[in-house]
Design a protein around this ligand. Structure first.
Ligand SMILES: *Cc1c(COP(=O)(O)O)cnc(C)c1O
Length: 417
């Protein structure tokens, strides 16, 4: 499918997207997306889709969400000029500071929105999957805030690797269920959450953590994260009188990136770049660069680009950042790549770690290792385009990464050149 659209078809898809016409009624972003689910889950997805269409844009829901985003999450997050990195890289660097949002990353925008939607739908409990634990923590916090019980599925491998986040979830009242099936990481945790949902589709709300999965999740998550780009665009205009020349964010499942990009898709002068995890190299299994190296297929209920072998077997992925370590990607990104509106590149483990150090040392901002992939993209763009104005989606803070940083950057003398 990928590569099969002609120029006219691509232009038409971009216009439809800008007019708000995507996803279509079948949940498709052009050839990508859709809904591939077992019969037993169809009623639950129908109910959720109905709620998304009726409740999400209702003024009373938007007012409640907006008040909570201000009073509890701490929005709007700052737009910071990064003067030292600007000087070092020879361009004008701005950060949209999702690291300053409650729980330390953009994930809370989505978790809070879905928890409020669950409440409106009359759900009696919320379930979620988590890999590194960041979405689990955000969901546990949002559920505590809105007063709903929360169950988080987490692979037992990840529970061992991310023990502090397991503790955070438990302190906020969530039940963390170890997943011992499959690869015992994020992929298996998503399967297990769907299995739970089948047993109580009416009373349970599944809070999914990225712009992934069957329709309507990619749409729902994008709508909840699009506030990042809306705020950043307005802040940029207010502070500089201009749009950025380039907008850059890191891409795991794609939620912070789609949220940062969306407000700029209709600005033809703005270049948009997504940066994936290049891991330790280009070979299958050594990275999580789905958009750069993947082929189309179905995973977790959506048709998108995937890291798979010639027989269609989904491959293990590798990245130093747990939050980018997923073999699929949101279907809207697959479309944006296909029609050429967004360019996707990759940054390797070593480069990302170097940028964690550079950003911390010169700006006093410790970024998440995920986020540092976007910084690699920003530095490379700056060097190739001197003087340009670059907006970076600073998706989260790196405090959670201290155990990894202790055994990498801090174990040697650092990798600054
Ligand atoms: C989870 C996470 C990501 C990756 O998820 P997306 O859905 O691609 O945004 C990126 N940055 C941070 C800080 C994260 O916690």
């Amino acid at each position: 499918m990928t590569g099969s659209l002609d120029t006219a078809a691509k232009a038409k898809l971009l216009r439809t997207l800008l007019d708000g016409g995507l996803p279509d009624a079948n949940g498709r972003f052009g050839p990508f997306g859709g809904r591939y689910i077992p019969e037993t889950l169809v009623p639950a997805f129908e109910r959720l889709t109905e709620a998304v269409h009726t409740v999400l844009h209702e003024p009373s829901f938007q007012a409640e969400l907006s008040a909570e985003l201000t009073d509890w999450v701490g929005r709007p997050t700052a737009l910071s000029p990064m003067r030292n990195l600007s000087r070092r890289w020879g361009a004008e660097i701005w950060f949209k500071r999702e690291d300053l949002a409650h729980t330390g990353a953009h994930k809370i925008n989505n978790a809070l929105g879905q928890a409020l939607l669950a409440k409106r739908m009359g759900a009696t409990r919320v379930i979620a999957e988590t890999g590194a634990g960041q979405h689990g923590v955000a969901t546990a916090a949002a559920c505590a805030r809105v007063g709903l019980p929360c169950v988080v599925y987490m692979g037992e491998v990840d529970m061992a690797r991310q023990a502090p986040n397991v503790g955070r979830m438990r302190l906020m009242g969530a039940t963390v269920v170890p997943v011992v099936t499959g690869d015992r990481t994020l992929r298996a945790a998503i399967d297990e959450a769907f299995r739970d949902w089948v047993t109580d589709p009416a009373g349970t709300f599944y809070c999914l953590g990225s712009a992934l999965g069957p329709h309507p999740y990619p749409y729902l998550v994008r709508e909840l994260q699009a506030i990042i780009g809306r705020e950043a665009r307005a802040q940029m205009l207010a502070k500089t009188g201009h749009l950025p020349d380039c907008v850059i964010a890191c891409v795991g499942g794609g939620s912070n990136a789609i949220g940062t990009f969306h407000a700029f898709l209709g600005d033809p002068s703005v270049e948009i770049i997504g940066v994936e995890a290049g891991g330790r190299g280009a070979a299958l299994g050594d990275n999580a660069a789905t958009l750069t190296t993947g082929r189309p297929g179905v995973l977790h209920g959506t048709y998108t680009l995937l890291l798979q072998d010639a027989d269609g077997q989904i491959q293990e992925t590798h990245s130093v950042s747990a939050g980018l370590d997923y073999p699929g990607v949101g279907p809207e990104h697959a479309l944006l790549r296909e029609i050429g509106r967004v360019h996707y590149t990759m940054a390797g483990d070593e480069e990302a770690l170097a940028l964690v150090q550079e950003c911390s040392t010169y700006e006093g901002v410790l970024p998440a290792i995920e986020t540092a992939h976007a910084l690699v993209g920003a530095r490379d763009y700056a060097r190739a385009h001197p003087g340009k104005r670059i907006l970076v989606g600073l998706s989260g803070r790196g405090d959670k990464d201290m155990p990894t940083l202790q055994t990498t950057l801090l174990a040697h003398d650092g990798v600054l050149s």
